[in-house]
Write a protein that binds this ligand. Structure first.
Ligand code: PRX
Length: 639
């Protein structure tokens, strides 16, 4: 058990050193001592970033659900595995024990099989945060089907794009969802999305809001009656270490969303190991991550990581502001939450509200606080530390990505120092590097650079579904033999990393990763629009918000600009989802371009950030005159 429990600074340092000096031996021990294998591996790691090809635990056989469920039944059968807290505080919470979870996952697995789903088939899951969501992931994993969860806030178009890209045979959804005071017609969105998908044979529908919905004959089936008939026994499919476990889409700076493929063994080992240590989870702790399972944070740190450790993990269906802004803290008190993991955008939104919402509740159960998804600013960090942690709970600022599968840089609470605005130190096994613009590694400290990782880790995504070339191009072509994260970072004199933000055209809004190109494509579909460019600008709650510069095909005639703004946002909502709506839209006569015709987003970004005095030399532009016009427009429209 030597390196699995990093309970002191010395243990962390030793583990880190072991992982650098003897990575194979290090991971071999972690994997061997802490997981159930049907067969051990022949080859621990095989990698070549120039192809790129990455394989961990090759030759091993396992099923991740045996590790997340079956192996706990003897000692933790009656322990709560999933604690479901509904949207409505008056509806009772559900404590789903490991025994109960085993039963539900087995039944669900049998339903999948009875509907013709086999190992390797893709199943799209489009569900709200109800227990069926976690159960359906695990059921897919149990029978070897590859799940592709699509966040239930995405539009019909976004859903169908993802279903078609990975050729899903089935969609699992619900009749609708609750979100604060609202209900959302999820099934209606699925029906619309499926109009442009030929691959889906079956839609399983869970009942949540009990509304009348259309059920398409031959395609749509209510889930519950099928579950009721299904056996509670289901032998797990024995998987190869490198069999895909799931696909999860993330936005790229251009084009289609990227279906990141995560494989079985490495993902399991790394998410479990990081969960245990980054939250210092102890038996009988109650852990709560407020993310949605539609994002990687939910996959790794609501479902797989916690369950692999036999933890109690909360699933919350609702929103932080319903019925009022004390909801998070009420839940912390009610379930005596020990570890609380959320996003800076939620912290900033709640910090704006009266402290009475916090002070009403007893938060003394809290031991560790976590932050994820975007840089946490000092003000938000201080509020979190003082008001929620009562200056008594370490805050782990965890840096990672959909692509990395698990947390790569973070403090260990109570063990290594937490520094506001710094993710701090790499986890054992992680070798970060800062690179300069000409591709050289920067060896000194107190400097900025582009963040790369030099050595593989078990949970890295192996490819982009159906497009290995794009995987190579995006992550392995900027710097030879290194994984490029797309983030910039600063390293201080003690080797602590601060993530400074994206260096590509991805903008993080409220913790959601948004590529500018797909949003621009959506806007450009509006018949009145000639061209558009999206940039991010600082926003006090969302971290960043979107600023759109739009040129029209015909700006001469009478135009109702306010209406056009609404229509543009409506198009974005339809094509992508409401999270990608623009906060500001400025109509301009031109966009600044290089002589080769490339839009100079750098200039537009500066203008949007109120830094027009720092534009530098613009005389080499194709159309420098439009810059002045845009700057003036900012003040006309938004002063
Ligand atoms: O820019 C970094 C930012 O979020 C990006 C990854 O987004 P996504 O794949 O959606 O995964 C989010 C949840 C893991 C990163 O490239 N990011 C994530 N965590 C942090 C962060 N930026 C600063 N600090 C963090 N702790």
């Amino acid at each position: 058990m030597s390196n699995y429990n990093l309970t002191s600074k010395e243990k962390y340092q030793n583990a880190y050193q072991d992982s650098m000096e003897h990575p194979e031996k290090f991971w071999e021990e972690i994997a061997e001592e802490n997981f159930v294998w049907q067969k051990k591996w022949e080859n621990l790691v095989d990698w070549d970033f120039s192809i790129p090809e990455i394989k961990w635990f090759e030759g091993a056989k396992l099923n991740i659900t045996e590790n997340c469920i079956d192996r706990h039944l003897e000692t933790r059968g009656e322990k709560t595995a999933i604690l479901f807290e509904p949207n409505n505080p008056d509806e009772p919470a559900q404590h789903i024990t490991y025994n109960e979870l085993a039963k539900r996952v087995n039944q669900f697995s049998n339903v999948l099989k009875s509907q013709g789903i086999k190992k390797g088939d893709r199943v799209c899951i489009y569900l709200p945060m109800i227990p069926e969501l976690a159960v359906s992931l695990l059921a897919c994993a149990r029978i070897g089907a590859i799940h592709s969860v699509v966040f239930a806030g995405f539009s019909a178009t976004a859903l169908s794009t993802r279903i078609n890209d990975s050729d899903c045979k089935m969609v699992i959804t619900s009749d609708g969802s609750y979100r604060g005071e609202k209900t959302i017609d999820l099934k209606g969105i699925v029906d619309e999305g499926l109009e442009s998908c030929d691959c889906v044979e079956t839609v399983l529908v869970a009942k949540r809001i009990n509304t009348n919905i259309n059920m398409k004959e031959g395609r749509d089936k209510w889930l519950q009656p099928l579950l009721d008939e299904a056996s509670v026994e289901c032998e797990p499919e024995i998987m190869d270490a490198e069999d895909p476990l799931f696909i999860l889409y993330t936005s790229g700076s251009t084009g289609m969303p990227k279906g990141m493929v995560h494989t079985t063994a490495g993902y399991m080992v790394y998410t479990a190991y990081t969960f245990k240590n980054i939250f210092q989870y102890e038996e009988n702790d109650v852990y709560w991550c407020t993310a949605d399972i539609g994002w990687i944070t939910g996959h790794s740190y609501i479902v797989y990581g916690p369950l692999a450790n036999g933890a109690t993990t909360i699933m919350f269906e609702g929103v932080p502001s319903y019925p009022d802004c004390g909801r998070f803290w009420e839940i912390v008190e009610k379930h005596k939450v020990n570890q609380f993991y959320t996003a800076p955008t939620a912290i900033r939104a709640l910090a704006k509200e009266s402290d009475d919402y916090v002070n009403k509740y007893d938060l003394s159960s809290l031991k560790t606080l976590g932050s994820v998804g975007e840089p946490i600013n000092e003000e938000a960090w201080n509020w979190y530390n003082e008001k929620i942690g009562k200056e008594n709970c370490p805050i782990v600022d965890t840096w990672w990505q959909t692509e990395t599968g698990g947390i790569l840089i973070s403090a260990l609470p109570g063990i290594t120092p937490c520094l506001p605005t710094f993710a701090t130190l790499p986890f054992p096994g992680i070798q970060p590097a800062l690179m300069d613009e000409i591709g050289e590694e920067i060896n000194q400290n107190n400097t900025n650079g582009r963040l790369c990782i030099k050595f593989p880790w078990p949970s890295m995504a192996r490819t982009i579904w159906g497009n290995h070339e794009r995987y190579k191009e995006t992550y392995f072509s900027a710097y030879a033999n290194k994984y490029f994260t797309g983030d910039g970072a600063f390293r201080d004199g003690n080797g602590n990393y601060r993530i400074t933000g994206r260096v590509d055209d991805v903008i993080i809004v409220s913790g959601h990763n948004l590529g500018t190109a797909p949003i621009e494509d959506a806007i450009n579909e509006h018949p009145a629009v000639a061209e558009s460019a999206i940039v991010g600008f600082p926003h006090d709650v969302k971290g960043n918000a979107l600023y759109g510069y739009v040129t029209l095909k015909d700006s001469g005639k009478e135009i109702d600009y306010d209406n056009l703004r609404k229509e543009i946002n409506q198009m974005i909502t339809e094509r992508i989802g409401p999270i990608a709506k623009l906060n500001k839209i400025q109509f301009t006569n031109g966009l600044p371009k290089t002589r080769s015709g490339k839009i100079m987003r750098r200039i537009l970004r500066k203008i949007a950030c109120n830094e027009s005095d720092k534009l530098g030399d613009i005389s080499t532009l194709l159309n420098p005159e439009c810059v002045e016009e845009i700057i003036e427009g900012v003040f006309v429209t938004y002063a």
